[in-house]
Design a protein around this ligand. Structure first.
Ligand code: NI
Length: 187
């Protein structure tokens, strides 16, 4: 999910002592079919997965996003990363929503895979999510506010669902008239 807070002044800094090899993973942009595929359960939470997660976190930070799901970098497996502003990074492997509030909220969303488009999306206000960490530890998290919203947005990505799908058809079509897929070279 993209952070649309234009008042944000704190530039995200990225440690340069890590091996970034940014050519390794790249953002997939709408309307790429990879964003519409089903995903498989992660079988091994190993060093290979942790390397991919580290690269996704760097990519998310460079792009000033607040969430990034594996299909958005062309990996059709069930995991995503979240970092809201200067909060710690949250990693969710094989996540499932185990509870949602009846109460809903509306907030403007964007997506790193659909740059430039923003729209109000209604989602449950509070959720309980169960997942595994990058170290293979299971955890259950109660989330509300922006964190709940980002988790639900990223979880949608694992099911081939985009925030556009939550909009009325007319609104979605109007929004998409403004959309231009970025050129790969412009990244
Ligand atoms: Ni997204």
């Amino acid at each position: 999910m993209e952070n649309n807070n234009t008042n944000q002044t704190s530039e995200t800094t990225v440690s340069s002592d890590k091996n970034e090899s940014s050519g390794d993973i790249e953002l997939v942009y709408y309307p790429d079919d990879l964003l519409r595929q089903s995903t498989t359960t992660v079988k091994d939470i190993d060093d290979s997965l942790r390397t991919t997660i580290d690269r996704m976190v760097l990519l998310m930070q460079h792009a000033r996003g607040i969430g990034l799901a594996a299909p958005q970098v062309g990996i059709l497996e069930r995991f995503f990363v979240v970092q809201i502003d200067s909060d710690p990074v949250h990693v969710f492997v094989n996540p499932s929503i185990v509870g949602t509030s009846h109460e809903t909220g509306v907030y403007e969303e964007g997506c790193l895979s659909i740059p430039g488009l923003y729209a109000d999306v209604k989602r449950p206000s509070e959720i309980q999510v169960q997942a595994w960490s990058q170290n293979g530890r299971p955890f259950t998290l109660n989330a509300d506010g922006m964190l709940a919203r980002v988790i639900l947005h990223e979880l949608d990505h694992l099911n081939g669902v985009l925030f556009l799908d939550h909009l009325a058809e007319r609104k979605r079509e109007k929004l998409l008239q403004r959309y231009r897929k970025p050129q790969d070279a412009a990244r």
